[in-house]
Design a protein around this ligand. Structure first.
Ligand SMILES: Cc1cc2nc3c(=O)[nH]c(=O)nc-3n(C[C@H](O)[C@H](O)[C@H](O)COP(=O)(O)OP(=O)(O)OC[C@H]3O[C@@H](n4cnc5c(N)ncnc54)[C@H](O)[C@@H]3O)c2cc1C
Length: 382
């Protein structure tokens, strides 16, 4: 049976992380992707600071730049960061799933090149999966890689690529087998972004500046030694990666913090709120605790044993919690949060930001409907 009491080392680590955030991240911070370019720079510097202290990829083996600490310490890092608007910026992507995929499937040379850089917070990765016409139906992807002397030439288009403008590397899926070959014939490429064959165009969206992008590939170059795993065997890697990605963010931590802070932030207005709204608030807090316990169960079971069902169930629980919490908090704050400006209180701006971000959460990393289907199919097979 899993013991849910927190080890003392984890409690100490939380205190250390909160002190580091207080020292390096100014009050009022709302994440890396605001109109203020300094916010992104701040996250880069902070990630390097965590890297120096071996806290960015704490649970990774020491040889790859981690501290070899246990998964509960890494869980505390995830929770503390997400609760504080992710001051690691885009770095969590490398730590949560790009690194683990390279650890499991990479060559010794790829591991030596990429893993210490991720653990040190020196590199941003983006994920080149989705394409126009290949989102939920990812195996329909058409970006093609052609074998040329010494490597691969890649042509096609990716869309909704988070962080592509800041990223130095892309974890890219392309077709190496016959057109229409579905899951067979997909290969993972570790592609350098800074090259003439790669063009990035931002997509304006309510998630903040520079978040979403289109990536155009016109004979982009990937050398032979940056193919991850076997040519044509990319789908198995991707299936594993999507599981890591779905459980990689401790979303419940921000929802829970904002819900808990609401009574204090609302002050005199709190007792005047309709009883029914406060009941929904209490129910959401219970759901946040349930989401946390589900996360701990999955962490306890170990990443290697993570089933598609568990990953999909976790994703549904945390993303719908995000939306429920955001709706309740918006209703509590009313017009003050809906029209949050620079002059609004920090809490009002946090709630407004959380609401905007939560809207996309049931689409990103697999839609709500697709996650429900994954669960239905898994139960059917049992
Ligand atoms: C904030 C955000 C960040 C993202 N970041 C990245 C990234 O970094 N890299 C990347 O590669 N992609 C990224 N994506 C893309 C994301 O993975 C896709 O948007 C998602 O997989 C859905 O694909 P789609 O947009 O093509 O929608 P579609 O697949 O066209 O789906 C449209 C609607 O139809 C429903 N639907 C589709 N097929 C079925 C079915 N078989 N049964 C029932 N319903 C179905 C869907 O649930 C959805 O409601 C991001 C998306 C968002 C919102």
């Amino acid at each position: 049976m899993l013991d849910f009491r927190e080890p003392e080392s984890v409690t100490r680590l939380r205190a250390q992380l909160r002190a580091l955030i207080a020292e390096h991240i100014p009050h009022g911070f709302l994440g890396a992707f605001t109109p203020n370019a300094e916010d992104f720079a701040l996250t880069e510097a902070f990630s390097r600071e965590l890297g120096r202290r071996k806290l960015l990829a704490a649970a990774w083996p020491r040889e790859y730049g981690g501290a070899g600490s246990d998964v509960w310490e890494q869980t505390a890092v995830r929770e503390e960061m997400w609760a504080a608007h992710e001051p690691r910026g885009a770095q969590y992507m490398g730590v949560n799933w790009v690194g683990p995929a390279i650890m499991r499937h990479g060559t010794a040379q790829q591991q030596a090149q990429h893993l210490p850089a991720i653990a040190a917070g020196e590199v941003v990765w983006c994920q080149g999966f989705s394409e126009p016409g290949a989102g939920s139906d990812l195996p329909a992807l058409r970006t093609r890689a052609t074998k040329v002397d010494g490597g691969w030439s890649i042509t096609g288009q990716k869309v909704w690529t988070s962080y592509a403008r800041m990223a130095q590397w892309c974890f890219l899926l392309a077709r190496t087998g016959p057109a229409g070959g579905r899951k067979s014939g997909i290969t993972v490429f570790l592609m350098q972004m800074d090259q003439p064959g790669v063009q990035v165009r931002p997509i304006p969206a309510m998630l903040g500046e520079h978040h979403l992008n289109e990536v155009y590939l016109d004979n982009a170059w990937v050398p032979e030694d940056q193919v991850l795993g076997e040519v044509g065997a990319g789908w198995d890697i991707v299936s594993e990666v999507l599981g890591f990605e779905r459980i990689g963010i401790a979303r419940y931590a921000r929802s829970e913090r904002l819900l808990r802070e609401a009574p204090r932030e609302l002050g005199d207005r709190w007792p005047e709120l309709p009883e029914s709204l406060r009941e929904r608030w209490a129910a959401a807090l219970v759901r946040a605790r349930q989401a946390r316990l589900l996360a701990y169960r999955l962490v306890g079971e170990g990443a290697a044993d993570l089933s598609p069902l568990s990953a999909a169930a976790y994703r549904i629980v945390v993303t719908t919690l995000d939306q429920e919490a955001a709706d309740i908090l918006m209703e509590m704050l009313g017009a003050q949060a809906v029209g949050a400006t620079d002059h609004s209180s920090y809490f009002e701006r946090e709630v407004e930001d959380h609401w905007r971000y939560s809207q996309s959460s049931t689409v990103a990393s697999g839609t709500l409907e697709m996650n429900k289907q994954t669960i239905a199919k898994s139960l059917e097979r049992e």
